[in-house]
Design a protein around this ligand. Structure first.
Ligand code: SF4
Ligand code: SF4
Length: 454
């Protein structure tokens, strides 16, 4: 699924630190984590903050090809937290006020067949005529997108009645918070306002209203209302929570989940972000560099002194085609590295599964990726997935809470002679595998999975 995200990237500056942010940036980072192929269209300055912002994008696995460098300072914003709720003080004439139309969009044609695609935008970057013109150009290419998601995100007084009207007219999904609803100049309760908006703006398929500690609801064209549970979390900071909510909702909606399920997942992710200081909290393994380090640790170790595939005709590689299994599942973030491998060589087939449908932990918000190698048992060795590298050992957390490595006791469609004959394995293989798992278990999602085995 492709998500094109338009708008500001800026540094949120609090009393003692600065963090990368801007609602479109936060949205893009959360959406990329959930498996979306994100194109972020924005601008940074030709300054140090701009260099740092691009580095942050790379760290979050966001492509930078549609991020322009312009002759204005990189966006920044003073944020003051009052009881965890942010108040923003935005400076004028920043790089994101001058976002140009990316070259690739100038000549882009609508492909005859394309993957599901959505466009995301807000209002702040529209405060300047340059960025607003670029947005209009992008929206002229409306047929490139199945959905247009407007997260209205009102900041200070950077809006007008005309801008709000034009902006909602372009959207198919509107997200607005209870605190922002006054900008619509429609009296009444949120639900009654949604009814009126839906009558006035024929393009709108749904309106999402977030209600802070009361949760959120979705009003669909035709009048159906779906409510979320009230969030149950200790609020540290709400910075980025709304953007996380939008990302989880849209990604799951584009993956054709029901509105109820999208709302549930969006609220769950927003709650988790509220419990952290950062707008895009670090999930340990969502970083290509970390996966490279893990792969490196296992690059030079083997189970035996000889190729154990000679014992069994490489049974663990060969069974997959024969059994027509889904393939090898990847751990959170591992897909980012294997996608890189495919730039060198196309060697995998991919499938995505919903974690809930295959009994993976709820904390695996994004899809679970399964891969099958196309020419087993031959594969580019340096890219072999983690599971191939650590088999036949499997981690469990023992009763005393200590990590242990055991023989893989899953029901397998083949026989592994090492397991069956309880063959001794290289100490170096055991140690490297153990070390890798101690790193991986710091990621709460991977810990949840291993706990479910233990
Ligand atoms: S099934 Fe066991 S012995 Fe055979 S190749 Fe795989 S790990 Fe080696
Ligand atoms: S990636 Fe390599 S090691 Fe893993 S199953 Fe495929 S051929 Fe075997």
């Amino acid at each position: 699924m492709k998500l094109t995200v338009f708008g500001e990237i800026l540094w949120d500056i609090t009393e003692d630190e600065k963090n990368i942010g801007g609602a479109p940036f936060n949205f893009a980072a959360h959406a990329a984590r959930q498996g979306a192929d994100v194109c972020l269209i924005t601008a940074v300055g030709n300054d140090e903050s701009g260099d740092e912002a691009l580095r942050e994008c790379e760290r979050m696995n966001l492509p930078t090809d549609c991020i322009a460098r312009v002759d204005r300072p990189t966006g920044s914003c003073r944020v003051q937290l009052q009881d965890g709720t942010p108040a923003y003080d935005l400076s004028g004439d920043m790089a994101y006020d001058h976002i140009p139309l990316p070259e690739c969009f100038k000549s882009m044609r609508v492909p005859s067949k394309r993957e599901p695609s959505a466009f995301y935008f807000g209002t702040l970057a529209q405060r300047s005529s340059d960025s607003r013109e670029t947005l209009k150009e992008l929206l002229k290419r409306r047929e490139l997108f199945d959905e247009v998601f407007l997260d209205i995100n009102i900041r200070q007084d950077y809006y007008s009645d005309e801008l709000i009207d034009e902006t909602i007219r372009a959207a198919t999904i509107l997200k607005i918070s209870r605190d922002e609803i006054h900008v619509l100049n429609i009296p009444g309760e949120p639900q009654a306002i949604c009814r009126q908006l839906s009558r006035k703006y024929k393009n709108l398929k749904m309106i999402i209203v977030t209600l802070d500690s009361d949760g959120a609801f979705v009003y669909e064209k035709g009048g159906r209302i779906t409510r979320s549970e009230k969030p149950d979390c200790e609020v540290v900071s709400t910075v980025g929570a709304g953007d996380a909510f939008s990302a989880a909702f849209l990604v799951n909606y584009m993956n054709r989940l029901s509105v109820r399920e999208c709302l549930k997942r969006a609220a769950a992710l927003a709650s988790r972000v509220c419990g952290k200081v950062e707008a895009v909290p670090t999930y340990l393994m969502d970083d290509v560099r970390k996966w490279k380090a893990v792969y490196r640790l296992l690059d030079h170790v083997e189970t035996e002194t000889f190729d154990c595939g000679t014992l069994c005709g490489s049974a663990c590689c060969m069974c997959r085609d024969a059994e027509k299994e889904m393939g090898i599942y990847l751990f959170p973030g591992e897909h980012l590295l294997l996608r890189e491998s495919e730039k060198e060589q196309n060697w995998l087939t991919w499938e995505r599964q919903d974690p809930a449908e295959i009994d993976f932990p709820e904390s695996w918000e994004g899809p679970v990726y399964f891969v099958n190698c196309q020419t087993p048992p031959k594969c580019p060795r340096k890219w072999r997935p983690l599971q191939c590298r650590t088999f036949p050992l499997k981690p469990v957390i023992g009763e005393s809470g200590v990590l242990e490595m055991i023989w893989d006791d899953d029901e397998l469609p083949y026989t592994c002679p090492i397991i069956e004959k309880n063959m001794p394995i290289h100490d170096s293989f055991y140690k490297a595998t153990y070390t890798v798992w101690t790193h991986l278990l710091k990621d709460p999602r991977i810990l949840d999975l291993v706990l479910s085995w233990s």
